[in-house]
Write a protein that binds this ligand. Structure first.
Ligand code: PXL
Length: 248
């Protein structure tokens, strides 16, 4: 048996998904499966079932700040995972918190819309989201989000690479564009680290829409946990992809 090491602590800042398919609840379930200690701060309350988001109400940015401060004042946070933020004020307060607490590993899942088409980030918050990218170590946009962040229309892997390079220039260390929203039997995720592109291929999993809901959240949470557990980025991506496939 491997020698015992201390369990790592990972904080998720995310929206509540009462169905536990996505959001904060999915993040916590993923952290538990990945063997890290879960901490969480709620950025928004949503009303949804397994198929559709009916309502979104953001938490005040001061309340979000208080939640994170209370945790960061007590715990050593080994990694921070950021999901839905809902408002510009929340995006800005998270950026402020990263600087204040000097979080070293910060993975941002650049959530803009739900799979059912509801905006989970107000449209006036995109500029602030781009600024937040500068304070992260990795971002995990899907192709729809990568289009919004880069201005590149994405229909193939070459366009995923172009978009990744533009998003990298916003100041992060790693961009992982996930390819699940493109057509095809093979799903390719593209990593750009400022030097090279790495492709991660997997077969497309056939599953119901409600089962696929939240796979992006699970991927970026598993990725964050794997990095906290000491994996290099490429290995962490493979671990996170395997985790998502097994969870379906
Ligand atoms: O899958 C994106 C997502 C993230 N966070 C919350 C959500 C959703 C999608 O519905 O509800 C809270």
């Amino acid at each position: 048996m491997a020698s015992r090491t201390t369990i790592k602590t990972v904080l998720s800042i995310a929206g509540s998904d009462p169905s536990s398919g996505a959001g904060l609840q999915r993040d916590i379930l993923t952290f538990k499966d990945m063997g890290v200690r879960p901490l969480s701060a709620v950025s928004a309350i949503t009303v949804q079932d397994s198929k559709k988001v009916f309502k979104v109400e953001a938490v005040k940015s001061s309340l979000l700040r208080n939640q994170v401060s209370a945790l960061a004042d007590e715990f050593k946070v080994d990694a921070l995972k950021i999901g839905m933020l809902a408002t510009k004020e929340n995006v800005q307060v998270v950026r402020w918190l990263i600087e204040k607490y000097n979080f070293k590993v910060v993975v941002l899942d650049t959530i803009i819309k739900s799979s059912s088409g509801k905006y989970l980030l107000k449209r006036d918050a995109i500029k602030a989201l781009k600024e937040l990218i500068a304070a992260t170590t990795a971002v995990t946009p899907n192709t729809d989000e990568a289009e919004v962040l880069s201005g590149v229309r994405i229909t193939n892997i070459a366009a995923m690479e172009s978009a990744a390079k533009i998003i990298y220039s916003l100041g992060t260390a790693h961009v992982i564009v996930t390819g699940g929203h493109l057509r095809g039997t093979v799903v390719t995720d593209v990593l750009y680290d400022g030097h090279k592109y790495t492709h991660f291929k997997g077969s497309r999993i056939r599953a119901t829409k409600s089962k696929l809901h939240g796979t992006g959240c699970a991927f970026s949470s598993a990725l964050t946990a794997a990095i906290a557990n000491g994996s290099k980025i490429e290995d962490a991506i493979r671990i996170a992809k395997d985790y998502v496939v097994k969870s379906l």
